[in-house]
Design a protein. Sequence first.
Length: 67
Amino acid sequence: MTEAEAEAVFADIDTDGSGEIRLRELRDYDLANGGTLGGVKLADFVREADTDGDRRISLTEFKSYFA
């Protein structure tokens, strides 16, 4: 995934425009796009991508995860 693609996907998921993705937003995005991922896998993704432990994924963390 390119940096521009990551930024576009992040913007699609961050529906409240906070600059951070919460698990709820990730679940909503997943459901809106076919719901192929399970809640456990989404929670695992948040834990892995969230490097500062605040249970939210910043754009920087999101791009780092997919780099």
